[in-house]
Design a protein around this ligand. Structure first.
Ligand code: GLP
Length: 255
């Protein structure tokens, strides 16, 4: 796992955007696996700005998002579809037919099958990930098992609490979601995980320092992946640097 230490959220977001744009430069038809939440917002800001300045072209880029709440219409301001259109898709020249999003109002099983049919025929070139405080990736929550394919999942109490910050009241947070399973994620050619701030430090420390792979800590599956880049800010790094073996937390220079 390559570890890029950024001074702060802005620098980490810039470096993440650089990695994404590098993949697009290599392959104009790249398939990007995208995430939602506060973490990737800075990256999408830089992608928008670079598009506006003519530095990146999305006209042939394809995207597939990790997950979506069940029961929220795509135009609901807290749906992940709405987030992606607001933060990126409506601001760049990506084609609607090249955007794969889960329909939160659709039949979850049918949506999962549609995703898996697509993923059987298409490999993600770069999968962008955030991380939940409990180590979830997408909405692959701590369980007694990993689920390979796209599936309907019950959100963990901690996830509902963490995500309630985006809603007027915690009662409004959907309890279920459709998420890409771990096979869609780990089959990506490159994975870039970004994590910033003290709240994510315990999960990242466990990811870096514990050599076990277990479904109760879903992000640990990344230890089986060949090309994973972790980007954190210094705030997080300072909280973990003394607790991991030096070689594990060795900070490698980024691009
Ligand atoms: C949600 C999303 C994840 C995301 C996580 C952390 O649960 N399903 O994909 O990584 O929240 O979000 P944030 O970046 O806002 O901390």
């Amino acid at each position: 796992m390559r570890y890029i230490l950024a001074e702060d959220y802005e620098e980490g977001s810039r470096k993440t955007a650089d990695l994404i744009e590098g993949v697009i430069r290599e392959n104009q038809k790249a398939l990007l696996g995208l995430a939602t939440g506060d973490t990737p917002r800075g990256t999408y800001k830089y992608l928008r700005e670079d598009f506006f300045e003519g530095k990146v072209d999305f006209s042939e880029v394809r995207t597939i998002n990790l997950d979506e709440y069940v029961g929220l219409p795509g135009n609901h301001c807290q749906s992940f579809a709405y987030f992606m259109h607001r933060e990126l898709f409506s601001k760049v020249n990506i084609r609607p037919e090249n955007i794969m999003l889960i329909d939160g109002e659709g039949d979850p099983e049918a949506e999962a099958e549609r995703y898996d049919s697509f993923l059987k025929e298409n490999t993600i070139d770069l999968q962008l990930l955030g991380i939940g405080e409990n180590g979830h990736i997408g909405f692959n929550e701590p369980e007694a098992y990993f689920t390979a394919n796209t599936h309907l999942t019950e959100l963990a109490e901690g996830t509902i609490r963490a995500n309630s910050r985006f809603f007027k009241d915690i009662s409004e947070v959907p309890k279920r979601a459709v998420t890409m399973g771990v096979s869609g994620i780990i089959n990506a050619k490159k994975i870039v995980m970004a994590a910033y701030g003290h709240k994510k430090a315990p999960a990242i420390k466990r990811l870096l320092c514990d050599d076990k792979i277990y479904p109760e800590f879903p992000c640990s599956i990344l230890k089986a992946c060949r090309d994973v880049t972790l980007i954190t800010d210094r705030e997080l790094y300072e909280l973990i640097k003394d607790s991991c073996p030096a070689d594990v937390c060795l900070v490698k220079s980024g691009p």
